[in-house]
Design a protein around this ligand. Sequence first.
Ligand SMILES: [Zn+2]
Length: 358
Amino acid sequence: MYLDSILLGGKKLKFPTFFPDGTRAVVRSLDSQDLKSAKVEGIIVNTYHLSKLPGDEFLHRIGGVKKFMNWDGFVISDSGGFQIMSLIHKTGKGKVLEEGVLFDDELFTPEKSIEIQFNLNVDVIIVLDYFTDPKASRDEAEVSVKITVEWAKRCKEEYLKQLEKRKILTSERPLLLAVIQGGFYKDLREKCARQLLKVGFDGYGFGGWPVNEKGNFDFELMRFNASLTPDDKVRFALGVGKPENIVEGVKAGYHIFDCVLPTRDARHRRLYVFKKDWRKILEEGRHDFYEYLYPIREEFARYKGPIEKTCDCYTCQNYSLSYLRHLFKIEDTLVYRLASIHNLRFYTRLIEKLRSKF
Ligand SMILES: [Zn+2]
């Protein structure tokens, strides 16, 4: 049975759903009205970055990140762990300890992550986890699972404390999601899921980066990970992804997806369009229901039509492909906005098509 919606703060969030990344309280080059016009229902922000700028205590004082952005949709905050670990990886400054993540002489603990996320006043909070590197040895993966479970327990305790301290009603509480790690070691994922289920969360994420040695997305692992959690709990496919990966994810039982691709591709002159026979979307192994369109191509220089004739987005309703090509040519930043609106609407239309099938 596919869970087709949940109530968040009295508002209904339908599944499946796609949340673009608004890491620093902005989906790059778009404002909240643009997001609404592209039918985006929620965004995901980054706890670590927002705690630095503009600061989570400031955000708490003004009523949270939604108020700050003038956004009345949903917001998920990620734990911030992945960003700090990437920074450690890049700079070599810091390490993961049992107590928390040490970076730049600062200890980022599970408790700290939860407190910041409460300050952001979001709808869904994610526990601090220890990402299993796709190249991790079995020993390393075991350590990441052990720490992930320990941190998840501490996050749950802190979450309950914060609810009490802030006098948040049950009907108003943000959801708390845990993340299943274990890399490509299925028995470790199973162990991780079992222990997290014992602690009890509102939902469970598919952690790690499931791209195998050949560079292919591991659909089988994604399905296996989904099978480890009950159908009445939210399943979050973190960082997924490409349109075909979302389709496979929905088939596997996932509810929430997030990815930088549609907006990043828009800025890099890559647009998404459905093929005429997109209906084969749910046929086994058919991932050719869409294609890329590169507006910079010479053939579009005199083209009067929109990016996609059947698209109802603000950009397609108002501007021609030749105008977009021109803006890319002269490198005017307006094109980032117009191209991002179209790509996001492609993703929200994909979600609508999937909802009608499930
Ligand atoms: Zn469009």
